[in-house]
Design a protein around this ligand. Structure first.
Ligand SMILES: O=P(O)(O)OC[C@@]1(O)O[C@H](CO)[C@@H](O)[C@@H]1O
Length: 342
């Protein structure tokens, strides 16, 4: 496995619903109804696109994070302190706070607020800021839930508007915005979609276990995404790593090493960042997948929403094989390395 070249090209991320991520470390299993004395707690800038941007920036690549927030919001100040290039659209409502409860065995519980509502003017300003930044981009990453006020098919409208820029488009979302995106037709299909098994099941109209436990069902659901115009599907599989399926028939599975999981929050975002970084470095699909899983694994070993530096990412420890040989069911109970439940 050769050392990847330096990533070349600009990445733009959109986080329409950013967050401050407040992580509460529980001393034991969550005791519902009781008073718990907390150990460490911390607050980090978050939101899926923000996490992708932070990981891309940590790798030294050119990135800008587009998001709505008041100019003096703690999220903006935290990202400025990290030196992350920002294109913010000012709004009047503070950024939401999302809560993460982590238990000593790695179990992670997320409590996400709905987010600051965006009116039509804010949505138009956000789209304009995105298109302006995307003009010089190799990749545009649209990530996370949509805030109150955004139409559920907004990502579809953005993909259509972005097509003229020539940038490759990745989308990572769930529930209604995901369903609306895939229902919108091939002209709204992103180049890359990053579902986890829960999101793939939402798309297939099946319970999660039906695709998580049955590779044939998962592959059938992925095939329908290609039929709807999605070129590449990066399917994150939690403890089992990830699979990459390409519209020209390529299929690989990457298995992570086992590591002690601190927090799975942001592991999927870091996987997506790794994939994009490898693409910017000119890597072939199987190596893009390897890098994605290495980044997701490194993220899961870090606390809260922390993103890994390249020195913490071990690509050589990830095994990539064609197809889905001996595909085991993802661990249902205990989260493990690379787990992507959030
Ligand atoms: O509510 P959404 O937008 O679906 O997800 C938001 C969020 O859970 O995603 C990130 C982890 O992927 C966190 O930084 C953030 O709190």
């Amino acid at each position: 496995m050769k050392t990847p070249a330096t990533p070349a090209g600009r990445v733009v991320t959109l986080t329409a619903n950013p967050s401050l991520d407040r992580t509460l470390d529980l001393p034991g299993p969550l005791d519902r109804g009781a008073v718990t004395r907390l150990g460490r707690s911390s607050t980090e800038p978050g939101g899926k696109g923000v996490n992708v941007a932070r990981a891309v920036a940590a790798a030294g690549a050119d990135v800008v994070s587009v998001l709505p927030a008041p100019d003096d919001d703690p999220l903006v100040r935290a990202l400025q302190a990290l030196g992350l290039p920002l294109a913010t659209v000012p709004i009047g409502t503070p950024v939401r706070t999302n809560y993460t409860l982590t238990e000593p065995d790695g179990t992670t519980t997320k409590l996400n607020e709905p987010g600051a509502p965006l009116d039509d003017a804010a949505l138009a300003a956000l789209q304009a800021a995105l298109l302006e930044q995307a003009r010089s981009a190799r990749w545009v990453v649209l990530s996370g839930s949509l805030p109150p006020g955004a139409p559920r098919d907004w990502y579809a409208a953005l993909v259509r508007a972005l097509r003229g820029t020539g940038a490759r488009i990745a989308v990572d979302t769930s529930e209604a915005p995901l369903l609306a995106l895939l229902a919108a037709g091939p002209d709204a299909a992103p180049d890359l979609l990053k579902p986890n098994t829960e999101e793939l099941a939402q798309l297939a109209g099946l319970p999660e276990a039906a695709v998580a436990d049955d590779p044939d069902a998962a592959l059938a659901a992925v095939a329908t995404l290609h039929e709807r115009g999605v070129a590449e599907v990066l399917l994150t599989l939690g403890a089992d790593g990830a699979a990459l399926s390409t519209a020209d028939g390529g299929l690989w599975w990457a298995r992570p090493p086992r590591v002690a999981v601190r927090s799975t929050v942001g592991a999927g975002d870091c996987s997506l960042a790794g994939y994009v970084l490898a693409d910017l470095a000119g890597e072939e699909p199987a190596e893009r997948l390897r890098t994605a899983v290495a980044y997701g694994t490194a993220s899961a070993a870090l606390p809260g929403s922390a993103v890994p530096a390249p020195s913490q990412v071990d690509r050589a420890a990830v095994t990539v094989t064609p197809g889905l040989p001996g595909h085991p069911a993802p661990a249902a109970a205990a989260p493990a390395a690379g787990a992507d439940t959030h």
